[in-house]
Every structure is written in structure tokens, then in C-alpha cells.
Design a protein around this ligand. Structure first.
Ligand code: ATP
Ligand code: MG
Length: 568
């Protein structure tokens, strides 16, 4: 499969042409489906959804929503009993809803069609188009041939219909052990497409199913089941990812052989993102191996992880709209996803002040015990968000990195003898630096100029920096979790040893942070911009006793720079 790094020079309003929407529009014009548009999102409940799935969700639900009377089914493709769990079903329902989509009454489980699928299989046997085969797994592999060598017929291929019917019924009745027999389609063992070489339709598996319990011990394969599910539901456009392109002839063969409603399968490229892993198999490995803290770890590209991290559904939808639909597997730069996120959060996030690595500052000329309530703007992007009061007092905290005892030429923030502005408050000047026995700076002494209240000097005096701050007495302690990419570099998400490429610094926990008092009792999921620091949201671990925030994204947007480099 071709693989490129997407070179997308898109401004906010453009979107790549979308061949799938073109097909749907054309079908509506020609009346191919009598004006119906029925799509489906068919997750297998064997893991949590990730942002790649969101591409499929937005596509399927989007197309249904854009066309009058369009319907999108949420269908659990739960035909494999061994890996599926009810927990996954619940998480998928929550995630699709969170993304902003609604399936109305169209929630289905493929396992509800088991009986009908079984009947269809009997029909194929009766038509002489399916047979029970007793070859072992090894023999099956050997008989299948290779891409360059044709396969050969199973010795059971010409079993009489009656015998096939009898054996298949007994397979269902549980008379045979796992792996002893399968039901296969009778197509062509010399077909150039390996998928057409008498593919397996049913295998024996004595395993309990999350919805069917022990009712079944034969389970349909994906290829047999998927087209039937689409057909039974009256789907018109069956949109799937590119790896199923080679399976389309089989999809078509089964539905034609049965003579039932036959949706059109259309493939699109899977979404891949730089510096993260997207396959469910790898995500399961990270979660079960304890490399991350569960499916909703904010470092993961799962929808629950992104939600916990502070992503908005709007940002994710905007991102997916911008990358559009394509037929070449392309790895999209995570910087574009973050760009969409920042654009959205910039509009909606209330600004607050939080100090991540506090340095104590004593304002020597400020009266003991006095508190001043200063007015701060909640969101410069949104006047209706209003203002709030922030308490100022004699002892404050500023960011440790905003002070340098011996500043280099380009450092304009606080230094001995230098004057800076405290946001919404006063100009202060550093007069003294206190160190502990180890030589570490533990406290600054400053003076403030009462005439600069609000942050402006009446005499027109200029300062080169504005710092954020909190009042020591009034601020609240907080833990802040900083996240970085899951992988160290882009190279080896595909390599066998991809886990050796995990970024050891993907999580940094800061425990001594201080935030302004307006953040008390912020419910989990509340989003803020910590001025000068980035976008943050309250973690579900947060409590009244211990506030916990996740950094959703820093303020620095690298997308424009990457685009400029790509243009060169
Ligand atoms: P994975 O490879 O991550 O395990 P999957 O294809 O097995 O994914 P399903 O639950 O079968 O997971 O996927 C449901 C739907 O989502 C399918 O139609 C599939 O094509 C689509 N999908 C899965 N991953 C992506 C992706 N990265 N980009 C776009 N669509 C995807
Ligand atoms: Mg799948």
C-alpha cells in the first residue's frame, strides 16, 4: 500500500475533494437506491475507539446527515465471541455520542442476525455453492496455494448437498470439536485473488458470546458475515477502509449468490497519525502491558483518551473535515490535529492564572494582611465571557522560569533590579534574591508601584514582560500532568520493536502547582487556558482536596511552520 506523509496546504475553509460524497450524490441523481442513503458504522467491540475510527464515524454519520432521510446505523460487529466484551460496547456508545452523532433507533448487533446468517448458509449449500470441509488448518493452508501458485481442491469439495446439510447441522448442534470442520464457499481454488479460493464461512468454536451466551458453537467469519449484515439492514453505501478492497469481490460474490439486497462497498484510506499508534492490537498491548494508565490515558489517540486530555469533539470533527477522504494511506501530522484543537480552545476557553513551578515573591512595600481584588478578563476572544476578580496580596508565586539572576541578553522577564508587569495587577521591581544553603533560589523580594494598579503606568513607563502570578494565601494547590507524544520519533510505529520507540518522557507530573481560587470545585472536564502556559482541563481524578489538571496542549502551534517547510 502506498504510504506518504500528507502534504496538505489547506487554509481553514478548504477541504480535499471527497470522492465518496461524489458517488453518493451521483447515486441520488440516477436514482440507483430510490433516493435512499443508508450507511453504517460497524465497530467490533474488542477495544476502545480511536481517532481513526472517528474518521469512519464522521464519514458515515456525516453522509447520512447531509442527505434528506439519510440513516446511519450503529452496528456492533460482534461475530467473534472470544475478544469481545460488554465494556467495549458501552465505551463505543459513549464515544460516538460524545463525537456528536445520534443513531436514533438504529442500533444493531450483528449477533442478532446469527439465525438468519445460518439460513443463508443453508441456502448456499442447497445451491451447491458451499460445502463442509474436514481439512486441518495446516492442510487448508497448503491447499490454498500462494499468490504465484494456484490452490487445489479439497477432497471434500464435491460432497453431496444432503451430506453437507447434515454435517453443517451437526456442526451447529455441537457434535464436533473446535477446528475439526468448517463450512466453505465453493468458488475457485485457482482464482488470482486468494480471498476467492473457497473461503471459510463458518468455524466451530465452543465459546460463550457476550450476547448469545452458549447458544452457538459455529461462528461466521468476517467476510461471510459483513455483507449479510449490510444487506439485512438495507445499507446502500458500505464504506470501509482500504484493506478490504481485495475482499470486495467476495463481498459481491456472496450477495449475488444469495440474490439479496446488495449494497455497494466503497473503500477509503485509514487515518494514521505521526508519533502515535493507532491499531487496536497495539493499543491493547499498551493498556494491558501497563505502559499507559488505561484506555483513557490522555496520551493515547483513543477517543476516551483525547476526551480526558481535553480535546473537544468540535476540534476532532474540524480536523477530520480538513484531511478529507483519500484513497492513499497517508500519515497525517499530529501538529494539524493540535492546530485544530488550539483554534477551537482559543475561542472557548476561559483564561485563568496557574503557576506550574512556583517561586515565592514577597512584595516588601505591600501592607501585611491586605487583599486587593483585581479585575481580570475571562476571554479576550469572547467579550460576553465577562471578567472576574483575582486576589492580590503581599506574598505571591510566579513561575520559576520567569526569573533569572544573571539574565542573558534576550531574557526580558524578571531579574535583579528589573521591573516587570504582573498581569492585571501592578508593576513590580526585584530588589533581593534569597537562597538556601544549597544555593537554590527560594524567594524573591520585590517592591510594587501602587500607581500601576490594573497593569498600566500613568507616567507611560514601559516594561518588557508581563508575568502570570497567584496569591500565595489565596491560591489552591494542584497537580498538573504534562503530556508529550507517545513515540519518540515518527520512524517506527510499524516496526516489530515499536515499543522500544516509546517516549519515556510522555508523562511528567508536577505536584507543587498553584492555581487561582476561581478553579475551586471545577468539575472534571472543565477546560481553561492557563495564561502563557497552554490549555488545561480538569482530570476526573480531581477532587476538592486535590485539584488535578491535564495539559491539553501548549500554546505553541507548530502547524504553520511545518506547512511552510513543506512548501519549500
Ligand atoms: P484496528 O485495526 O485499529 O483494530 P479495526 O478495523 O479492526 O481497527 P473495527 O472495529 O473493525 O476496527 O473498525 C470499525 C470501522 O472503523 C471499520 O469500518 C474500519 O474500517 C474503521 N476504521 C478502523 N480504523 C480506522 C482508521 N485508522 N482510519 C479510518 N477508519 C478506520
Ligand atoms: Mg475490523
Amino acid at each position: 500500500m502506498a504510504r506518504t506523509t500528507a502534504n496538505m496546504n489547506m487554509n481553514d475553509s478548504t477541504r480535499q475533494s471527497d470522492f465518496i460524497r461524489d458517488i453518493v450524490a451521483e447515486d441520488l441523481k440516477t436514482g440507483k437506491w430510490d433516493g435512499r442513503v443508508v450507511t453504517r458504522f460497524p465497530p467490533e467491540p474488542n477495544g476502545y475507539l480511536h481517532i481513526g475510527h472517528a474518521k469512519s464515524i464522521c464519514l458515515n454519520f456525516g453522509i447520512a446527515a447531509e442527505n434528506a432521510g439519510g440513516i446511519c446505523n450503529l452496528r456492533f460487529d460482534d461475530t467473534n465471541p472470544t475478544k469481545e466484551e460488554a465494556e467495549y460496547v458501552e465505551s463505543i456508545i459513549e464515544d460516538v455520542r460524545w463525537l456528536g452523532f445520534d443513531w436514533g433507533e438504529h442500533l444493531y448487533y450483528a449477533s442478532d442476525y446469527f439465525e438468519q446468517m445460518y439460513d443463508y448458509a443453508v441456502q448456499l449449500i442447497k445451491k451447491g455453492k458451499a460445502y463442509v470441509c474436514d481439512l486441518s488448518a495446516d492442510q487448508m493452508r497448503e491447499y490454498r496455494g500462494t499468490l504465484t501458485a494456484p490452490g487445489k481442491n479439497s477432497l471434500h469439495r464435491d460432497r453431496p448437498v444432503e451430506e453437507n446439510l447434515d454435517l453443517f447441522e451437526r456442526m451447529r448442534a455441537g457434535e464436533f470439536p473446535d477446528g475439526s470442520r468448517v463450512l466453505r464457499a465453493k468458488i475457485d481454488m485457482t482464482h488470482p485473488n486468494m480471498n476467492m479460493r473457497d473461503p471459510v464461512m463458518y468455524r466451530i468454536l465452543h465459546a460463550a458470546h457476550h450476547r448469545q451466551g452458549n447458544k452457538w458453537c459455529v461462528y461466521p467469519t468476517y467476510d461471510w458475515a459483513h455483507g449479510l449484515e449490510d444487506s439485512i439492514e438495507g445499507v446502500t453505501h458500505s464504506l470501509c477502509s482500504l484493506e478490504f478492497e481485495n475482499h470486495r469481490p467476495l463481498y459481491d460474490w456472496f450477495l449475488d449468490a444469495l440474490g439479496v439486497h446488495h449494497p455497494q462497498q466503497i473503500e477509503f484510506a485509514r487515518l494514521e497519525l505521526t508519533r502515535t499508534v493507532m491499531s487496536k492490537r497495539k493499543l491493547v498491548e499498551l493498556v494491558e502491558g501497563g505502559y499507559v494508565n488505561g484506555w483513557d490515558d490522555p496520551r493515547l489517540p483513543t477517543l476516551s483518551g483525547l476526551r480526558r486530555r481535553g480535546y473537544t469533539p468540535e476540534a476532532i470533527r474540524d480536523f477530520l473535515k480538513r484531511i478529507g477522504m483519500n484513497k492513499v494511506v497517508s500519515t497525517v501530522d499530529t501538529a494539524l490535529l493540535e492546530h485544530c484543537l488550539r483554534k477551537d480552545l482559543n475561542k472557548r476557553s476561559p483564561r485563568v492564572m496557574g503557576v506550574l513551578r512556583p517561586l515565592r515573591v514577597v512584595i516588601d512595600n505591600y501592607p501585611d494582611g491586605q487583599t486587593d481584588e483585581l479585575e481580570a478578563i475571562n476571554n479576550p476572544e469572547d467579550a460576553s465571557a465577562g471578567t472576574r476578580k483575582v486576589p492580590f496580596s503581599k506574598v505571591l508565586y510566579i513561575e520559576r522560569e520567569d526569573f533569572m539572576e544573571e539574565p542573558p541578553r534576550k531574557f526580558f522577564r524578571l531579574a535583579p533590579g528589573r521591573e516587570v508587569r504582573l498581569r492585571y495587577a501592578y508593576f513590580i521591581t526585584c530588589t533581593d534574591v534569597i537562597k538556601d544553603d544549597a544555593g537554590e533560589i527560594v524567594e524573591l523580594h520585590c517592591t510594587y508601584d501602587p500607581a500601576t494598579r490594573g497593569g498600566d503606568s500613568p507616567d507611560g513607563r514601559k516594561v518588557k514582560a508581563t508575568l502570570h502570578w497567584v496569591s500565595a494565601e489565596h491560591s489552591l494547590p494542584a497537580e498538573v500532568r504534562l503530556y508529550d507524544h507517545l513515540l519518540k520519533d515518527e520512524a517506527s510505529a510499524d516496526a516489530a520493536d515499536w515499543k522500544s520507540n516509546l517516549n519515556p518522557d510522555s508523562l511528567e507530573i508536577l505536584t507543587g502547582c498553584r492555581v487561582e481560587p476561581s478553579l475551586a470545585a471545577a468539575p472534571a472536564g472543565s477546560r481553561y487556558q492557563f495564561e502563557r502556559q497552554g490549555y488545561f482541563c480538569t482530570d476526573p481524578d480531581s477532587s476538592e482536596d486535590k485539584l488535578v489538571f491535564n495539559r491539553t496542549a501548549s500554546l505553541r502551534d507548530t502547524w504553520a511552520k511545518i506547512q511552510k517547510q513543506q512548501k519549500k
